[in-house]
Structure formats: structure tokens, C-alpha cells
Design a protein around this ligand. Structure first.
Ligand SMILES: NC(=O)c1ccc[n+]([C@@H]2O[C@H](COP(=O)([O-])OP(=O)(O)OC[C@H]3O[C@@H](n4cnc5c(N)ncnc54)[C@H](OP(=O)(O)O)[C@@H]3O)[C@@H](O)[C@H]2O)c1
Length: 332
């Protein structure tokens, strides 16, 4: 069920609001007059986003919060209610990544990615549900990734958490329905690659510069998807045609898609520069109230990568048709 009141009268909590998609979502809602409650670790960046939200016409409260702390997340919900009287929607968006081969990522970093992405989403969901129910029909949006459905090499911890977020959302939705609380909607967003600082923030254990695998979409597109879900909730929504295509390939011909995506990402996720080993923002805040990652400036490299993506997509499409043909023949 959609929000029970117009966005201009609603209160929306957003985690990971100090950067990228979270910042873009806050600005989109602020333009509609929504009261936004902004959470992340970087207090100065959050204050800057709040200031800009007020300029855009919204009401805004910045609450520095580490989502790995369940008590802090409960306090975030309480602060939202004290300030604005209610919570109509909650967007679990905060995430980090440690990029590298599974057996080369430090164990403590792998654990922390799980704590931020999966447990942070679980704590946010627990804190939000009573208030969403109290509002008579709230919306919970988990910003996962297409990596909740498909897999890519060098992102094992991230992929595992995003698959977990999708499973968690499906289960909570079932439980709300069977216990008569289905006025609260639970939605999962599955974006493709997005132009945010994410790839600069990520821990890097590959020895090489990280670059986002194309095609790359703007963060505002995910913000629009999230706002659309607040108005018309659905179980899941892709953000970006490439995510939809990858999801389809994975469902129809999973073994082939797994090979094609592995090949593609192995070739496109790294730039030419060397990079020192780093845990990025996994343990410490590193946000600057910036939405875009600036990857569109690197056109030459991106064009080559886009060509590679086209090849991989075409190869998988051919394989998909082959798989369908095989199944049809086997069914005769
Ligand atoms: N960029 C992509 O290609 C892409 C694609 C699909 C899905 N997504 C998803 O989109 C969401 C937003 O990512 P983004 O691309 O906007 O990346 P981003 O710019 O790096 O933003 C990540 C946000 O999470 C916050 N954060 C990290 N650890 C936190 C913690 N322990 N507690 C509270 N906040 C924390 C960061 O702020 P602080 O450092 O201030 O805490 C930041 O605001 C993530 O869930 C990501 O998985 C991204």
C-alpha cells in the first residue's frame, strides 16, 4: 500500500544519505517538500546535505549514525519521530564493499561488509516497522543491487550481503502479510552500475585501480525509482535497463550468464593504474555530500568497456536463445 499522505506531508528516513544515491534521493524528496531524516557516519557531509535539502524546499534533520550499531539505529528512528511526529517511509541504503578475490579479502573486512550492508539493513528494518505500522501504511525500501540477483567476481562479501537483503525483504513481506500487517510495503531496488563515489570508497585488495563496469547510470535515476516505489510500492524494481537484462539472462540461462558476467567484469572492473591496498570507507567515514562519481569524464575507456559489455550481452543473448531452443526441444 502506498504512503497514506502526500510526499509533501511525509517523513522519510534515508541511511547512507551523505553520498551518492542517498544524497540524490534526499534532494529528490526535498524538492517535493518531504521531511527527510538523513543518516550516515560523516557528520559534516550530512549537515551539508541537510542544508541543501532545506534550500530545495524540504525539511531536514541530520542524525550521524553508524548502521552497525542497533541502539544507534533505534535512536535514529526515535529522533525522526521526536522531530517530525511520524515515519512514513524508511530507505535502507548505506553500504560498503571490499573488492578483491574472496580468499584475499581480510576476514575482518569481510565481516564488516556483512555488518554494514546486511545487519545494518536488518537493524533499520526492525527500527522502522513499528513506526511504519503506526503511520497506517508505510513503505520500507531496501536499496540492494542487481548483485542481489546475479553475481560478479571480486565482490564476494558485497554480493553475499545483497543476496541476503533480498531474502530478508521477501521473508519480512511474507510475515507482514500472514500477521495482518501488510499495510506496510517492503520493496527491493536492484540498480545496475551507478555513477557515484562508491568505487572510490570501496576497500581495494586487487592492486589495481577500480572502475565501475559500464553501462553507468546517474544516481538520480535510482532516486526516481525509490520515489516511485513510495507512491506505488512493488516487491522489486530494477533501476537501469542493464540490470533488467542481466536479471533476465540469469533467470533464463544461469550457467551461461554466470560465465559471461565473470568474463566481462574480470576485464572491465579495473583501470590501468596501480592501487595501494586499502580498506577504503569500510571502517571509517569518507563521504563528502557528492552525488556523482565523475566516471562519465573517462569517455575513451568507457567506450571500450561499453563495447565489451555489448559483446558480452550479445553473447549471452545468443546463449539464452540457444537454452530456450534446447528446452523447447526437450519438452516435445
Ligand atoms: N554505485 C553503484 O554502482 C551501485 C549499484 C547498485 C547498488 N548500489 C547501492 O546503492 C547504495 C548507495 O551506494 P552509493 O553508490 O551511493 O555509494 P556511496 O556514495 O559510497 O554511498 C554509501 C553511503 O553509505 C554510508 N555508509 C557506509 N558505511 C556506513 C555505516 N557503517 N553507517 C552508516 N552509513 C554508512 C556512506 O556514508 P559515511 O561514509 O558517511 O558513513 C555513504 O553515505 C548502496 O546500498 C549500494 O550498494 C550502488
Amino acid at each position: 500500500m502506498p504512503l497514506t499522505r502526500p510526499l509533501a506531508e511525509a517523513t522519510v528516513v534515508i541511511t547512507g544519505a551523505s553520498s551518492g544515491i542517498g544524497t540524490a534521493t534526499a534532494y529528490d524528496l526535498a524538492r517535493r517538500g518531504t521531511a527527510v531524516v538523513l543518516a550516515a557516519r560523516s557528520a559534516p557531509a550530512l549537515s551539508e546535505v541537510a542544508r541543501r535539502c532545506r534550500e530545495l524546499g524540504g525539511r531536514a534533520l541530520a542524525v550521524p549514525t553508524d548502521v552497525t550499531d542497533p541502539v544507534a539505529v533505534e535512536e535514529l528512528a526515535a529522533r525522526a519521530v521526536t522531530e517530525f511526529g511520524r515515519i512514513d517511509a524508511w530507505v535502507n541504503n548505506a553500504a560498503v564493499s571490499a573488492v578483491g578475490l574472496f580468499d584475499e579479502i581480510p576476514v575482518e573486512e569481510f565481516r564488516r561488509v556483512v555488518e554494514v550492508n546486511l545487519l545494518g539493513t536488518a537493524y533499520g528494518t526492525r527500527a522502522a516497522l513499528p513506526w511504519l505500522s503506526a503511520s497506517g501504511g508505510g513503505v520500507l525500501v531496501n536499496n540492494a543491487s542487481v548483485l542481489a540477483e546475479v553475481a560478479m567476481p571480486y565482490q564476494s562479501a558485497y554480493n553475499a550481503t545483497k543476496h541476503g537483503i533480498r531474502g530478508l525483504a521477501d521473508t519480512v513481506r511474507q510475515e507482514l502479510r500472514v500477521t495482518g500487517r501488510d499495510a506496510v510495503s517492503v520493496c527491493t531496488v536492484l540498480p545496475a552500475t551507478i555513477d557515484t563515489p562508491f568505487f572510490r570508497h570501496a576497500g581495494n585488495h586487487t592492486g589495481r585501480e577500480l572502475v565501475p563496469p559500464p553501462p553507468i547510470y546517474p544516481p538520480e535515476m535510482v532516486a526516481e525509482t525509490i520515489v516511485r516505489l513510495l507512491r506505488r510500492p512493488r516487491r522489486e524494481a530494477y533501476a537501469g535497463g542493464a540490470a533488467r537484462l542481466m536479471g533476465l539472462q540469469w533467470r533464463v540461462a544461469p550457467a551461461l550468464a554466470e560465465r559471461a558476467l565473470g568474463w566481462y567484469v574480470h576485464r572491465t572492473q579495473f583501470g590501468t593504474a596501480r592501487a595501494v591496498e586499502s580498506s577504503g570507507n569500510v571502517f571509517r567515514p569518507d563521504a563528502e555530500a557528492v552525488r556523482a562519481g565523475g566516471w562519465h569524464g573517462r569517455r575513451g575507456q568507457l567506450l571500450r568497456m561499453t563495447a565489451a559489455f555489448g559483446l558480452a550481452a550479445a553473447g549471452t543473448a545468443v546463449g539464452t536463445v540457444a537454452a530456450i531452443t534446447r528446452r523447447t526441444r526437450a519438452g516435445r
